[in-house]
Design a protein around this ligand. Sequence first.
Ligand SMILES: [Fe+2]
Length: 452
Amino acid sequence: MSTPVKIAGPRPGQDYQKELARDSRPVPDFLKLNAPDTSGPDEVEIYKYISREYHDLEMERVWKRTWQWACREEQIPEVGDTFVYDVGPLSVIIVRTAPNEIKAYPNACLHRGRRLVDYDARVTELRCPFHGFAWNLDGSFRSMPSPWDLPHVEREKFGLPECKVDKWGGFVFINMDPKAAPLADTLGVVPEHFSRWDLENRVMIANVSKVMRCNWKVSQEGFLESWHVAATHPQFLASFGAITSQYDVFGPVNRTLSAIMGDSTPMLGRSPSEQEKLDSLTIQYLAGAQGPQVPEGVRARTHSAQQGREYLKTVLGPKAENFCDAELVDSIWYSVFPNFTPWGGPGVRQQYRWRPWGDDPEMSVMDVIVLAPFTGKRPPSAPLRMLGPDQSWREATELGSISLVEDQDAFNLEAVQKGLHMTAAKTVTFSKYQESRIRHFHRLLNEAMARS
Ligand SMILES: [Fe+2]
């Protein structure tokens, strides 16, 4: 008689919480929270992914009015450093105006409307390349050619309008809406849940963006559930808790907790050895290569966590001893509306973001940065590697094994966009629990789009 396959559905999060109960260290309370919420829509209309009209309205009601991660503080370390944040046809200039002050302006010259800044640079003023109108870093008007010919321009009223700016965890956020509520309302529990991981004192060791031929929501939704891992990333079947992942909603944010090398991998159909669990995480696994050996009688999960702890002790000091196994090995990732997915943990972690690209509802860009702890003086940040729609994520060798995973995802996501034009259905349909983060996202999107 075969053993019945365990499923997460009837008791969401139960398998993940069982892993936490076996942890070799005390588990922080926020990981023990199990907060399922399936209240978002069952179905979403297909026009939302392909329609020009919907895209235009998103620009007005979502992108011009929400807090968005624009850059890392480390990308503008010195006064005068500028960063251009583009989202669809919109563009914002982020400027460090003083050692402890960052400002942001709509990226347009007030003379004839030219995009004011084209490239990230270190400057002493913001000068339009068209006629040479210039503004000080603080946004006040500085100079123009032929002032005798513009007697109607009042210098005091000709300052650049400002976008709102705030920071969390080394991320710089902007909001184009001067009446926006504080960033804290958008981040919800994230600062509290991430307080052990100190993302501020991290350095970008990889910074890769790729243009994708799909709507930004198609791309993002591919990362809001883990059950596709079994079909899309089968190399992880022995180690990834694909259908045993836990999905939570906390007010404006949601999260997934997926056990790595845990005890519950029902989609494999058999129990893998501890060695196979560890091997399956290496990029050479599909070619039959073995990774480092797991000592006899030790769980791969416990072994990997201890190795992570030993490494982190050399960077973070003795406090690394207190991190639990889950923090060191599991996939823990949150979503902040509309497009930011911070991954949690004390070690090397990727961070994701999705943006509309150009002014085309069927094009987007996915941004992946990798943050790592460091000792001593802050190392230089990785420069941006920009991949076009025909380039492979695997060209970004600095992403390591993530690059193969991203290519596997891209293979589906662009095909989803094509299929949306051909499906006989008028909607896409979401599962109740495993796609509850997508439901939550659409609940927030509907709320944003309903605002006048
Ligand atoms: Fe995936």
